[in-house]
Write a protein that binds this ligand. Structure first.
Ligand code: CA
Length: 221
């Protein structure tokens, strides 16, 4: 269970965040001024802190600066007015991990919280997901979905789809696709690429992969 510190003096916002986090299974603690916020933040009892900039007794800039000076490395999401995000980013000089412009929807905040709390392996998993339009390729699990429905691809089809999704909008020649998916030993005169592009179009939707005459294929970006 993740413990999250909320440093926010506006009761309405603090309670909105607190309730939302609790509903998502986190353990939030609310503190309403900067001095207490700093004490709590460096206590080692929290996995993440959400800190407002405008706070009584010590502003959010100072809280974050002192936290970092005191060696606290927990992820920090800073709450700031929408029109002063640029100033805030400058003021914090990279000390914060993320910024949440006010007003915000809870969905936006929770997405940032999840991102910051995710273990290292989660970051790797993020990179194993390729998406384009309604197509999603999970490179780790070798799974493909189109509009959230699973689609069966052979190993070659999967490799071909991966090549397209890694290079959206780029013209890929038959030779490139052939060497990437089938290996350089394959006969360049073979029409195997065209055949497999045909299979992919059937499975992923016909309009996505365009034929570029005389050159190859392109995934519409
Ligand atoms: Ca405030």
């Amino acid at each position: 269970m993740n413990r999250i510190l909320i440093v926010e003096d506006e009761v309405r916002i603090a309670s909105f965040i607190e309730k939302g986090l609790r509903a998502e299974g986190y353990t939030p603690t609310v503190v309403a001024d900067g001095m207490s916020g700093l004490d709590y933040a460096v206590s080692g009892e929290f996995d993440l802190a959400i800190i407002d900039i405008g706070l009584p007794r010590m502003d959010g800039f100072t809280v974050l600066q002192k936290m970092r000076e005191m060696g606290s490395a927990i992820p920090v999401i800073v709450l700031t007015a929408r029109d002063s995000v640029a100033d805030t980013v400058r003021g914090l000089e990279g000390g914060a991990d993320d910024y949440m412009p006010k007003p915000f929807r809870f969905a936006e905040l929770i997405a940032r919280v999840r991102l910051r709390l995710r273990p290292r392996s989660g970051a790797d998993e993020e990179q194993t997901l390729l998406t384009r339009g309604n197509i999603a390729l999970n490179l780790l699990r070798r799974e493909v979905t189109v509009a959230d429905r699973p689609v069966e691809l052979s190993a070659r089809e999967f490799a071909l789809a991966e090549m397209f999704l890694r290079h959206p909008g780029q013209v890929l020649s038959r030779e490139q696709l052939l060497s990437h998916v089938w290996g350089y030993e394959f006969d360049p005169g073979s029409n195997v690429v065209d055949v497999y592009v045909g299979y992919l179009r059937k499975k992923l939707g016909g309009k996505l992969i365009k034929t570029v005459r005389g050159t190859g294929y392109r995934l519409d970006s």
